[in-house]
Ligand binder design. Structure first.
Ligand SMILES: Nc1ncnc2c1ncn2[C@@H]1O[C@H](COP(=O)(O)OP(=O)(O)OP(=O)(O)O)[C@@H](O)[C@H]1O
Ligand SMILES: [Mg+2]
Length: 922
C-alpha cells in the first residue's frame, strides 16, 4: 500500500468488524430491514460498565522554567489591565449605558437575558454606535469596526432583536463565514431570546380562537442556523432570526426575491465583513449585499469586522453610517519569542536591528553590545530533553504549561493538522497527569473521554493520551462532534490547553488567557496580518477571562519576516468580483434568473451598486459585463427577447434554483446529459456518482492504489459506469506508477474532475452501506472530517440535483433520483436520526435505545425514566474507573440524565402531534 496521503489516525474502535458489502442502495427496505442490516454490527450487550486501565503513554517530561530578567516586567501588567477595564464607565455613571434605558425600547425580559449572560452595562462606544441617526429605527445602514473582542456582536444583536420583536412577521438574517461560528451564535441568541413571549409583547395571533391548531413555537422568537451540513432546508416560515453561512444566505436571498417573500426581510448583518476580500467566497457576500441594496423596500444592512482599514469604501458602498473605535475591554500584552527569549512586541524593531547588526559583525556566538540594549523580559531555559531541543517548541511547551499550571486556559495555534497533534502530544507530556488533577476535573476529563469514545468514530488515539492531562486539539480533520466536544470542554475549563489550526481563529469566544503561536504559519506560508490579528484576538475575551497575553514564537531565520508581519498595516479591503470572469457571470446570471434586473440598463444599475464599481475603472467593469453577457448567451444560460431584455433559459434557471456555481452547473449539465443517454440502473454506482457533490473536487486527494483495488472488485455494471464516464483502467494504472493527470484543456479538466468525483462516490457507496465514517476514512486514506462532510452535504446536493432535473424538464430522471435519495437517507440511518433529536440521545446511544425497543420518540416519551436507566448504563462507554465505590452516585447521575431525556422526548412528541394537527388543518 502506498504512503498515506491524508491525516488519519487510529481510534479505539476495532478494525476487524465486517461490514456489509452487498449493495442496499438500489433496494427499497423497510425500517426493520435497515435495523436488521445494521445489526450485522452487533451492539455490545453489557449491563454494567467494565473498567479498564488507561494505556501507558511515553515517559513524562519536564517543561523548561521561564526566568525573569528584570525586577519589574515591561508593558501592561495584569494589574494595569484590570485597572483599565475598571475605568470604563458603567450605567451607574451614565444611565444610557443600560439596555433598559427607554431610548433603546427593548422588552424587559430581553434586558434581563442580557444581564444573565453577563452584560449589565454596555460600553460607551456600543452606545454611540447604536444611537447613531436612524440606526435603531432600521432606517440607515451601518458599518463599524472595533478590535477583536471589542464587543461588536452586541450592537448587531440589539439591532436584529429590535426589528424582529417590533413586528412578528419581520425576519433578520445574520451571515457568518464559518460553521463553528454559526453554531456558537445559534446557542448564544437562543439564550438571548429565552422566555420572550410574543403574546406578552401584545403580538397575539390572529387565529387565537384556534389555539389547538397553533404551532407550539409560534409564540417565541425562533433562531435557526443554516449551513452546509445542516439538514434543514431554509424557508422564511421556519425562523425569525436565520443564522447562515455565506452560501446559504445567498441561496436564501435568491429564492426569496424570486418568490417575492423578501418583503419580510428587515435586517441583514454581515459579521466578519473583511471576508468580502476572501478570494474564494468573498464575492458571494458582495453579490448578496448588492441584491439587497437594489430592492425597492428598505433592508437595513449592518456590517462589522476587527480588520477593516478602508472603512470609508464600505460606508460609501452601503450608503450608511460608519463607526470606528480602538476600544478593547481587555488590553492585550503582546510578545515575540525567539531563541528562548521573550521580548515585548513594541521592542521588536530595535530587536531586529540589533540582531542584524550582530549578524553583520559576525558576532553570532558572543554577546554583542547592541543586543544588550534590547533585553528580553523573560528567558526560557534550554531543555535537557531531546524532544524539546527545538527552541521554538520548547518555548511553546513552557509557556503553555505555565498558563495551565496557574489554572488558566492557553490556546496554541499550529500551522497544520499534523502540527496540532504533535504539539498536543508533546505539551501533554509535560502536564500534570490525571491523578494529579483536582478530583472534580478528573471526573470531567473521564466523562469527556467517555463521550468521545461513544461517538460513532470512537476515541482518537492521540486524544486518548492528551485529554487526561488536560490537552486537546481542534482541526478540520476531526468530525464536527469531536470538535464540538473539545471546544466545549476547553470552554468549561476541563481542558486547559487547546492546540488548533486557523479553524478557531475568527470570531470565536473562548477563555484564552494566553494565545501562543507556534511559528505563525499556515501550511508552509506565514499567515497574513489580518489572520494574525484574528488569532491573537482570541486572547482575553470579556466574560471569559479578565487578562490576555499573546506570544508569537518564531525561528531565528523567520525573525525578519515575522517582525515585518507584526508591524504590517492591515491590507485594504477590495472587491474580488472581477478577479475571475466567472464571478461577474454568476452575478449577472443570478439577477436575470430572479428577475431583479433584465434590461441592459437595469443590469448596469445593479453592477453600479456593487462594491467593485466604487474601486475599479468603469471601462474595465463595462468590458467585463459585456463579455460576461456574451459568454452567458454562448453557454446557453440566457437569451435576448424581442424587446432586448435578457431572459434566463431553462438551464440558467435550473443552475440558479439549485444554487450551483455556473461553472459547476455546466459540469453537472454535461454529466447529466451523459446519464440521460445511458443511465446504469443495474447497479448502485451511477446513482451514487450523480449524488456526489462537485464542490471543490480539486481538494480531494486520491490514493490510486485504493482506487485500483476498488475497481478490481467491480462487477460488469460498475465497469460500465466507469467506461461511460470515460474513466480508464490504464490511466489509473499509470497514476499508480507515478503518472499525473493533465489539466490543460477544458476536456482534460473535466476528466480529472470525474476521477475525483468517482473516488468520492466510492466513499459514498460505503457510507450508504453503513460502513462507519472512521472506517471509510481509513480505507480511502482521507481525514474523517472530510468523510463526514461528504456524508453531510450529499443529501443537500442530491436535493439540488433533483431540483435541477425538475427545472430541466427531465422528470423521469428526477423521479428516479428522488427514489434513490431515499436510500441515501437510509444510509444516514434515518431511523436513528429521529431519535437523535432527543437531548443526550446521539449516535451510539440512539443505536442502543433502538436495540432495546425504544424505536420512536413516542416510545421514549411514554417510558418511565427509571426504565431508561439500564439502557443508558448499556450505552455508557467503557471508562477508566478510579474506584468502584461510587456505583450509587453513578446510577443517580444516570437517573438525572434519564429524566432530562424523558422531558426532551415529551416536548418533541408534543411538537410532532401539533404538527400533525397543523397538517390536518391545511
Ligand atoms: N457591554 C459588555 N459588557 C460585558 N461583556 C461584553 C459587553 N459587550 C461584549 N461583551 C462580551 O465580550 C466578549 C467579546 O465580544 P464579541 O464576541 O462581540 O467580540 P467581537 O468584537 O465580535 O470580536 P471578534 O472580532 O473577535 O469577533 C463576548 O463574550 C461578549 O459577551
Ligand atoms: Mg465577532
Amino acid at each position: 500500500m502506498s504512503k498515506p496521503l491524508g491525516v488519519w489516525h487510529e481510534t479505539t474502535l476495532h478494525q476487524q468488524t465486517i461490514y456489509q458489502t452487498t449493495t442496499v442502495v438500489g433496494l427499497k427496505r423497510n425500517i426493520d430491514d435497515v435495523h436488521g442490516a445494521a445489526s450485522a454490527v452487533p451492539a455490545p450487550k453489557q449491563t454494567s460498565r467494565p473498567s479498564f486501565i488507561a494505556p501507558r503513554g511515553p515517559p513524562r517530561l519536564t517543561a523548561s522554567t521561564i526566568k525573569c530578567t528584570r525586577d519589574a516586567p515591561l508593558g501592561p501588567s495584569e494589574y494595569s489591565q484590570r485597572k483599565e477595564f475598571a475605568s470604563t464607565p458603567r450605567c451607574t455613571q451614565d444611565a444610557s449605558l443600560s439596555l433598559s434605558h427607554p431610548v433603546y425600547g427593548l422588552p424587559r425580559q430581553l434586558v434581563a437575558n442580557f444581564s444573565k449572560l453577563g452584560i449589565q452595562s454596555i460600553y460607551p462606544w456600543q452606545k454611540h454606535c447604536l444611537l447613531g441617526p436612524g440606526i435603531l429605527k432600521g432606517e440607515k445602514n451601518l458599518v463599524y469596526s472595533a478590535p477583536t473582542g471589542g464587543g461588536k456582536s452586541l450592537v448587531a444583536d440589539v439591532l436584529m432583536l429590535k426589528q424582529v420583536l417590533a413586528d412578528r412577521d419581520a425576519k433578520a438574517m445574520l451571515v457568518l463565514p464559518y460553521v463553528a461560528l454559526v453554531q456558537e451564535k445559534v446557542r448564544w441568541l437562543r439564550n438571548m431570546v429565552e422566555g420572550i413571549s410574543r403574546e406578552a409583547l401584545g403580538q397575539g395571533l390572529k387565529d387565537d380562537n384556534k389555539t389547538w391548531a397553533r404551532r407550539s413555537d409560534r409564540d417565541t422568537v425562533r433562531v435557526v442556523g443554516f449551513f452546509g451540513g445542516s439538514k434543514v432546508k431554509p424557508t422564511w416560515h421556519d425562523f425569525d432570526i436565520g443564522i447562515c453561512t455565506i452560501e446559504k444566505a445567498n441561496a436564501l436571498v435568491n429564492a426569496a426575491i424570486d418568490d417575492c417573500s423578501i418583503t419580510r426581510l428587515k435586517i441583514v448583518v454581515l459579521d466578519e465583513l473583511h471576508m468580502i476580500d476572501d478570494d474564494y467566497r468573498g464575492y458571494l457576500l458582495e453579490l448578496m449585499a448588492t441584491k439587497l441594496l437594489c430592492l425597492s423596500q428598505p433592508v437595513q444592512v449592518v456590517g462589522m469586522s476587527a480588520t477593516l482599514t478602508n472603512i470609508n469604501l464600505l460606508k460609501t458602498w452601503l450608503q450608511g453610517h460608519s463607526y470606528e473605535t480602538h476600544y478593547r475591554p481587555i488590553p492585550i500584552e503582546e510578545h515575540l519569542v525567539y531563541d528562548g527569549k521573550i521580548f515585548p512586541a513594541d521592542t521588536t524593531t530595535q530587536l531586529l536591528r540589533a540582531a542584524n547588526e550582530q549578524l553583520k559583525s559576525g558576532l553570532q556566538n558572543t554577546q554583542s553590545q547592541t543586543q544588550s540594549q534590547v533585553l528580553p523580559v523573560r528567558v526560557v531555559e534550554p531543555s535537557a530533553h531531546k524532544e524539546y531541543k527545538d527552541p521554538v517548541l520548547n518555548a511553546v511547551v513552557a509557556l503553555a504549561t505555565e498558563t495551565a499550571r496557574s489554572g488558566y486556559g492557553a490556546l496554541v495555534f499550529a500551522g497544520s493538522r499534523a502540527g496540532c497533534e504533535s504539539d498536543a502530544l508533546l505539551i501533554s507530556r509535560a502536564m500534570p497527569t490525571l491523578n494529579e488533577a483536582d478530583p472534580v476535573i478528573q471526573e470531567k476529563r473521564l466523562d469527556l473521554l467517555g463521550d468521545l469514545r461513544s461517538l460513532a468514530t470512537g476515541l482518537d488515539r492521540i486524544l486518548e493520551q492528551t485529554v487526561p492531562c488536560g490537552v486537546g486539539f481542534h482541526h478540520a480533520g476531526l468530525t464536527t462532534e469531536e470538535r464540538d466536544l473539545i471546544a466545549y470542554a476547553y470552554d468549561a475549563g476541563v481542558l486547559k490547553i487547546c492546540v488548533a489550526t486557523a479553524s478557531l481563529a475568527a470570531g470565536i469566544n473562548l477563555p484564552a488567557r494566553r494565545v501562543i503561536l507556534h511559528n505563525a504559519r499556515m501550511g508552509r506560508d506565514l499567515v497574513g496580518p489580518s489572520l494574525l490579528r484574528q488569532m491573537r484576538g482570541r486572547a482575553g475575551r470579556k466574560g471569559k477571562d479578565e487578562v490576555g497575553e499573546t506570544y508569537l514564537c518564531c525561528q531565528r531565520k523567520d525573525l525578519e519576516s515575522v517582525v515585518d508581519l507584526m508591524h504590517a498595516d492591515l491590507p485594504q479591503i477590495s472587491s474580488c468580483l472581477i478577479s475571475d470572469k466567472r464571478r461577474v457571470q454568476r452575478a449577472i446570471l443570478e439577477v436575470i434568473a430572479i428577475r431583479l434586473a433584465t434590461s441592459r440598463e437595469s443590469l448596469d444599475e445593479y453592477i453600479s451598486k456593487t462594491m467593485l464599481s466604487y474601486s475599479a475603472e468603469s471601462d474595465s467593469i463595462q468590458e467585463n459585463v459585456r463579455a460576461s453577457l456574451e459568454d452567458l448567451q454562448y453557454m446557453g444560460f440566457v437569451t435576448v427577447d424581442n424587446f432586448s431584455n435578457y431572459q434566463v433559459t431553462r438551464l440558467g434557471k435550473a443552475i440558479v434554483a439549485s444554487a450551483f456555481d455556473p461553472e459547476d452547473g455546466v459540469f453537472i449539465h454535461n454529466e447529466m446529459k451523459r446519464a440521460l443517454q445511458a443511465f446504469v440502473m443495474d447497479g448502485e454506482m451511477h446513482v451514487l456518482y450523480n449524488f456526489t457533490p462537485v464542490y471543490d473536487l480539486g481538494g480531494t486527494q486520491i490514493n490510486w492504489r485504493v482506487f485500483w483495488n476498488e475497481m478490481e472488485q467491480f462487477d460488469e455494471s460498475g465497469l460500465r459506469v466507469m467506461s461511460l464516464l470515460g474513466l480508464k483502467p490504464t490511466q489509473i494504472s499509470k497514476m499508480l506508477h507515478g503518472g499525473s493527470l493533465r489539466e490543460t484543456t477544458p476536456e482534460e479538466k473535466d476528466i480529472s474532475r470525474r476521477y475525483h468525483r468517482f473516488y468520492l462516490a466510492l466513499q459514498l457507496r460505503d457510507l450508504c452501506n453503513e460502513m462507519p465514517i472512521h472506517r471509510v476514512a481509513q480505507k480511502y486514506d482521507t481525514p474523517r472530517g472530510s468523510v463526514q462532510n461528504l456524508a453531510q452535504t450529499c443529501q443537500g446536493f442530491a436535493a439540488g440535483m433533483i431540483k435541477f432535473c425538475e427545472h430541466m424538464g427531465w422528470s423521469a430522471m428526477g423521479a428516479a433520483l428522488d427514489h434513490f435519495s431515499d436510500r441515501l437517507k437510509a444510509g444516514a440511518r434515518a431511523d436513528l436520526l429521529a431519535l437523535a433529536k432527543i437531548t443526550f440521545v446521539k449516535s451510539r446511544t440512539a443505536r442502543v435505545f433502538w436495540d432495546n425497543g425504544f424505536k420512536t420518540v413516542a416510545a421514549v416519551a411514554n417510558a418511565d425514566p427509571r426504565e431508561l436507566v439500564p439502557v443508558l448504563m448499556q450505552a455508557q462507554p467503557t471508562k477508566i474507573r478510579l474506584e468502584a465505590k461510587d456505583e450509587k452516585r453513578y446510577e443517580d447521575k444516570l437517573f438525572a440524565k434519564a429524566k432530562v431525556i424523558s422531558e426532551s422526548a415529551n416536548r418533541l412528541w408534543q411538537l410532532e402531534m401539533q404538527q400533525e394537527h397543523d397538517f390536518d388543518e391545511e
